[in-house]
Design a protein around this ligand. Structure first.
Ligand SMILES: C[S@@+](CC[C@H](N)C(=O)[O-])C[C@H]1O[C@@H](n2cnc3c(N)ncnc32)[C@H](O)[C@@H]1O
Length: 329
C-alpha cells in the first residue's frame, strides 16, 4: 500500500457517525470557561502570502529562478511518481506557479516576465535567494508544498500550516458537511458545546464553529504544542476566539469539565497502522508528524480511546463523527 499526501485520506477514507443514546437525562447546565488558548511558547509561522512585501527583484532575476525551478520540476516529476506515487511534473509546475503568486505582490506583472522590462523591479514577500532555497527543499527533500508556502487551502479557508502539524486533507471536510446536516435539523445541537479532539491546524474546529449558532462553542484539543500554537493562530485569524477554545493535552484530558455535556464530538485521529508508515509517500512519511499519523498496530489505538470517551463525554442524543481508513489492498 502506498499512501500519499494527495491521496492518503482519499476514497478509502470516510467519516463515521455515532449518535449517543446511552443517557436519559439531558444536562445543559454548563459554564464555558475561557482558558488561554495555548500553554505553550511555540510560535505559529506567518504564511508567505501574508508576509509584508519588503523584498524586491528584477524581472530578469525572477525569470532566471523560474526557468531553473521549472526545469527541475519537469525533469524530476516522473521519478517521484514512479518511486512512491509522488507528485508528477504537472503538479510540481502548478505548485511553482502558486509559489510565484504567493511571493510576488503584484501578479499583473508576472506576464511581463521574459517579455520586456528585464530591469523592472517587482515587490516580493521573499528574496529570490529564499525562493531558490525553498524550491531546492521541495524537490530534493520532498518538503511538502504546503510547508513551503506555510498554508493550505481547505474548503473555503486558508489555514496556516507548518512542520509539526498535519496538513488538512480535503476528505476531512466531509465531517463538516455531516455536522452541518445534523445541526440544521436539531437546534439543541446548534447551540451546544462541541469538541474537536486532535485539532491539528484547527481545521475541523473552525469549520464546525461557523455552522453552529451564536451560542455554540467548540473546545479543540491537541497534545502537540505546535498544533496548539498553529490552531490558535488560525482561530484568531478567522476572528473565532470567542467561540473556539484551544486546550493543550491528550484527547479528553483537557476537557474534563464538559464530561457528559458535549452536544457533539468530531475527530480525525491518527489511524495509519504503524507498519504502513514506512510505505508513505516521502512528503508524508518524512515530513508530517508521526504523532498525527501512527494509529498503532492496527491503526485503531486512538479511535478506540475516542469511542470509549464519547460514551462518557456526550450528552444524550449527542453526535460523534470521526475519520477512519478502510484498508484497500
Ligand atoms: C490526523 S491528525 C488530524 C489533524 C486535524 N484534525 C485535521 O484533520 O487536519 C491527528 C491529530 O491528533 C493529534 N494527536 C495525536 N495524539 C493525540 C493525543 N493523545 N491527544 C490529543 N491529540 C493527539 C495530533 O497531534 C494531530 O494533530
Amino acid at each position: 500500500m502506498k499512501l500519499s499526501l494527495s491521496s492518503v485520506y482519499r476514497s478509502s477514507n470516510f467519516p463515521a457517525i455515532l449518535k449517543s443514546s446511552a443517557f436519559s437525562i439531558p444536562c445543559r447546565s454548563f459554564c464555558f470557561s475561557s482558558l488561554s488558548s495555548s500553554q505553550t511558547s511555540v510560535k505559529a509561522q506567518i504564511p508567505l502570502f501574508l508576509r509584508p512585501a519588503r523584498c524586491s527583484a528584477t524581472l530578469h532575476d525572477l525569470k532566471k529562478w523560474h526557468d531553473w525551478a521549472k526545469n527541475l520540476a519537469s525533469s524530476i516529476g516522473l521519478t517521484f511518481e514512479q518511486s512512491d506515487n509522488g507528485p508528477d511534473s504537472s503538479l510540481l509546475c502548478r505548485e511553482l506557479k502558486w509559489l510565484l503568486e504567493d511571493a510576488v505582490e503584484d501578479h499583473t506583472l508576472l506576464p511581463l516576465m521574459g517579455v520586456q522590462n528585464d530591469d523592472k523591479r517587482v515587490t516580493m514577500r521573499a528574496e529570490v535567494d529564499e525562493l531558490y532555497n525553498l524550491w531546492n527543499q521541495r524537490i530534493h527533500e520532498r518538503r511538502p508544498f504546503q510547508y513551503i508556502v506555510g498554508c493550505e487551502h481547505w474548503r473555503d479557508l486558508v489555514l496556516s500550516v507548518q512542520e509539526g502539524i498535519l496538513i488538512p486533507r480535503p476528505e476531512t471536510g466531509h465531517i463538516v458537511d455531516l455536522v452541518s446536516d445534523v445541526v440544521s435539523k436539531d437546534d439543541e445541537l446548534k447551540v451546544g458545546v462541541w469538541a474537536d479532539l486532535g485539532t491539528g491546524s484547527g481545521a475541523l474546529a473552525i469549520g464546525i464553529s461557523r455552522i453552529l449558532g451564536t451560542e455554540g462553542r467548540v473546545i479543540a484539543t491537541d497534545l502537540n504544542p505546535v498544533a496548539v500554537a498553529v490552531a490558535a493562530y488560525n482561530v484568531k485569524r478567522y476572528g473565532l476566539k470567542e467561540i473556539i477554545e484551544i486546550r493543550e493535552g491528550s484527547w479528553f484530558e483537557p476537557a474534563k469539565d464538559v464530561e457528559g455535556k458535549l452536544s457533539g464530538l468530531v475527530s480525525n485521529p491518527p489511524y495509519i497502522p504503524s507498519k504502513d508508515i514506512s510505505g508513505l509517500q516521502a512528503e508524508v512519511g518524512r515530513h508530517e508528524p508521526r504523532v498525527a499519523l501512527d494509529g498503532g498496530v492496527n491503526g485503531m489505538d486512538a479511535l478506540l480511546h475516542l469511542c470509549d470517551g464519547a460514551a462518557l463525554f456526550l450528552k444524550p442524543g449527542g453526535f460523534f463523527a470521526f475519520e477512519y481508513q478502510v484498508s484497500v489492498r
